[in-house]
Ligand binder design. Structure first.
Ligand SMILES: NC(=O)c1ccc[n+]([C@@H]2O[C@H](COP(=O)([O-])OP(=O)(O)OC[C@H]3O[C@@H](n4cnc5c(N)ncnc54)[C@H](OP(=O)(O)O)[C@@H]3O)[C@@H](O)[C@H]2O)c1
Length: 380
């Protein structure tokens, strides 16, 4: 029985992970749950899974939850998430938190030798080098949950990493594929949240619309697979059936395919190195095609180019990219700024930044904080 700490259990990835656990009660159990705003759902989850501990975002949630579960151990805030991530009871930590809040729990879990099933891509964007070094020092594994990275991870199984020519990350193109800058000026929040293929949390859905999500994934792939930026390509594949590909030195390309359903990569992360049977429909290969591939429009959707630039510049630049983007997406979700303001302001923040090349966990958190303050100052 694998005991899984589900950080972010009330979110899109978290609830799908619990669905997998429900369907495999002989293989998996829940050791920890965590949530922030969806307290009714969190409360239902506590009643159903009886975890050892529950992490909540702040003290204000405790009254409601304690009244229902007086004997439960509740952990609060960032310290609570860190404790939840390194709790001795878990065999695997699923980090399904959204945003920079996921960095410290990943760091803590890996530092205490726990394997991490990583959905929280912001962890590797902001803290890539430190996180990989921490995993390597403790011997803990990072198993990617992001569908593109799971695809690459699967293509690399049994291969020697030095035989890789390039990684090819596929992208849906998002809801605004084919539009130009003029078209993007007036897009609404509702339109940006209307992803053509995937049903996900709000932040990643906006990141998909701006193509920042692909940019974050390029940085995530760089750290996970040790591939330099100039050997990571992005291709738009609107059918979302090929989840990514790897080209080897003999020019063979391996691709991983399947229906676009996150329960497949989450299940693989839980069962790795085995495969987990499921009751999802298989891919109807005759109905799925024809498959098309397009060059992403990095001029209109600047975020993807900015992410490549930040990765190449190195040091603190990806921290700035990530922090500025998260703050700006938050503002767009509150209708405080326009869609193009996200990419234009990330660009400005990166241009203003003097890179720092030796990063500790403290300096990453400090840069993140300063960038967020600067964004707030710009849009006051
Ligand atoms: N969704 C997908 O299909 C998908 C695919 C690939 C990768 N990912 C990555 O997976 C991660 C999670 O994405 P998601 O779509 O599942 O996000 P989501 O639906 O927004 O869920 C985020 C989770 O984090 C919790 N949370 C938010 N702010 C918090 C805080 N301050 N303190 C503690 N917990 C907090 C939320 O709690 P409440 O809901 O209770 O507020 C929720 O449980 C992201 O990094 C995303 O890029 C997602």
């Amino acid at each position: 029985m694998k005991k899984i700490a589900v950080l972010g259990s009330t979110g899109s990835i978290g609830t799908q992970a619990l669905d997998i656990i429900d369907k495999n009660p002989d293989k998996y159990s829940v050791s920890v749950l965590s949530g922030a705003t969806k307290l009714e759902l969190l409360s239902e989850q506590i009643g159903k899974y009886h975890p050892k501990a529950v992490a909540v975002a702040n003290e204000s949630s405790l009254g409601f939850l304690r009244s229902k579960y007086p004997d439960m151990e509740f952990l609060v805030g960032m310290d609570g998430l860190i404790e939840a991530a390194s709790a001795s009871d878990s065999d695997l930590v699923l980090n399904a938190l959204v945003g920079m809040i996921g960095l410290m729990p990943t760091y803590a879990a890996l530092g205490s030798g726990k394997d991490v099933a990583l959905a929280n891509k912001e962890t590797l964007v902001a803290g890539g080098q430190l996180i990989m070094e921490t995993a390597s020092a403790s011997g803990a594994g990072i198993i990617p949950v992001d569908s593109e990275h799971s695809a690459i991870f699967q293509c690399l199984e049994g291969q020697r990493s030095k035989s890789v020519n390039r990684l090819i990350i596929t992208a849906s193109g998002g809801p605004f594929r084919g539009k130009d800058r003029q078209d993007l000026k007036g897009v609404t929040l509702k339109e940006a949240l209307d992803h053509p293929k995937w049903k996900m949390g709000n932040k990643i859905t906006i990141d998909s619309a701006t193509l920042m999500n692909k940019g974050l994934e390029v940085i995530e792939a760089h750290w996970l697979f040790g591939t330099p930026a100039d050997r990571i390509d992005v291709t738009v594949h609107p059918q979302c059936v090929i989840h990514s590909m790897v080209e080897f030195e003999d020019h063979s390309i391996l691709a991983q395919m399947g229906i676009p359903d996150m329960r497949i990569p989450i299940g693989y992360a839980f069962s790795y190195p085995d495969r987990l049977p499921n009751d999802l429909p298989g891919l109807d290969i005759l109905a799925a095609g024809p498959f098309t591939f397009e060059e992403p429009d990095k001029k209109t959707f600047k975020c993807l180019q900015l992410a490549y630039d930040a990765l190449k510049a190195g040091g603190s630049c990806p921290v700035v990219l990530n922090a500025a983007n998260e703050e700006l997406v938050g503002m767009f979700l509150l209708n405080k700024i326009g869609f193009l303001d996200i990419q234009d302001s990330v660009d400005r923040l990166l241009q203003e930044h003097e890179p720092i090349y030796s990063l500790s966990i403290e300096s990453i958190l400090e840069i993140d904080k300063n960038v967020r303050e600067r964004v707030k100052q710009l849009w006051r």
